[in-house]
Ligand binder design. Structure first.
Ligand code: UVW
Length: 339
């Protein structure tokens, strides 16, 4: 056993001592069939932003837009390259490219290795840096030795995003339409407000459902046409109140499998002030560290949300695997909804 004590409110060990999937374990074949049962019209929705949005780095100064390169062929660029240049009888024209991508710049999943916490799991009186299920920073999740470690170099040996990809992330999803009730106003949604909205809209969440929060934030981002300004980003649209213990308890009790939003961090960041020493990202701590709930951020939910709103529905089929990129702590993706 890697730990003697598990964090209060955590489910460490419940899915097995070496589990790396967390609540993805709830995406069972039955859950996929429940998702399939929501497909009535054969319409599909792309739930990704263009990956060069939000544009610039006003949202997070450490994350930069994708940069695209082309590979070389000797001193030539391997782009629009007519192969008759190497053999006059060839008729092909080829292009190759490569991308430098910050995995959490745009539409993304957070892996369970994205945010951990200091916690005394071995009972020696000293907190150590750990991730979900007690996997250890520096041993199970090793950082690169510099800025340019290759993929096969040191990286997350446990809890990498490829574990999520291997499950194919498919099943029934439920939309909570916060934008309908809050507009584009910056509203801190706590447990009471969330319950009110669920009741008003008749939204029911069952264990294993993938939960999506539509806030309108991605519409604000798209409207700024890749030139966003920080104050608008910081003051637009609903965010969850990660400091509300009742809201965190609801996440535990609902049995939701993953939590997704079209906003920056699902929760308010910075969070409102906490008491004493605590997580800067309390909902991240609760979901990624304690319960093994992957977080989806900056998804594009607008067209799907307006379809569901117009049709008095909240449920749909979702397929949303990340890149199967060994050891990464997050990933862009192109989620697909079917209704
Ligand atoms: C923040 O950076 C606030 O959130 P995330 O890392 O999950 O995008």
């Amino acid at each position: 056993m890697r730990w003697k004590n598990r964090p209060e409110g955590s489910n460490w060990g419940d899915f097995g001592p070496d589990d790396e999937l967390g609540r993805l374990n709830l995406l069972t074949p039955d859950k996929v069939l429940q998702g399939v049962a929501e497909v009535h019209e054969g319409r599909s929705f792309c739930l990704s932003l263009p990956l060069d949005y939000p544009g610039g780095n006003a949202l997070n100064r450490l994350r930069h837009p994708p940069r695209r390169f082309t590979s070389g062929r000797g001193d030539k660029l391997n782009y629009n390259f007519a192969l008759n240049r190497i053999n006059p009888s060839f008729t092909d024209v080829v292009s190759d490219d490569a991308v430098l991508l910050f995995t959490q710049y745009s539409t993304q999943w957070d892996a369970l290795s994205h945010v951990g916490a200091l916690f005394d799991a071995d009972g020696d009186g000293e907190a150590e840096p750990l991730y979900y299920n007690g996997w250890r920073a520096g041993e199970d999740i090793q950082g690169p030795s510099g800025h340019e470690d290759a993929l096969e170099g040191v990286c997350a040996k446990r809890l990498g995003i490829e574990k999520m990809a291997e499950t194919a992330v498919s099943g029934r999803a439920v939309m909570i339409d916060l934008e309908k009730h809050c507009g584009h106003e910056r509203v801190l949604v706590d447990y009471a407000r969330l319950q009110q909205i669920l009741k008003l809209d008749g939204v029911v969440i069952e264990p294993g459902d993938m939960v999506c929060l539509y806030t309108g934030f991605a519409d604000v981002v798209l409207g700024m046409r890749k030139n966003p300004d920080a104050p608008t980003l910081e003051n637009s649209c609903a965010v969850l109140d990660g400091r509300d213990p009742l809201l965190l308890q609801w996440i535990t009790d609902s049995g939701l499998s993953v939590l997704i939003a079209d906003n920056y961090a699902v929760e308010a960041y910075p969070a409102r002030e906490g008491q004493g020493c605590c997580a800067a990202l309390p909902l991240h701590e609760h979901c990624l560290f304690k319960l093994g709930i992957h977080l989806g951020e900056l998804w594009y939910l607008s067209e799907l949300a307006s379809y569901l709103r117009a049709n008095g529905r909240s449920r749909f089929m979702l397929t949303a695997p990340p890149l199967r990129l060994p050891g990464a702590v997050g990933s862009p993706l192109t989620p697909v909804a079917l209704v």
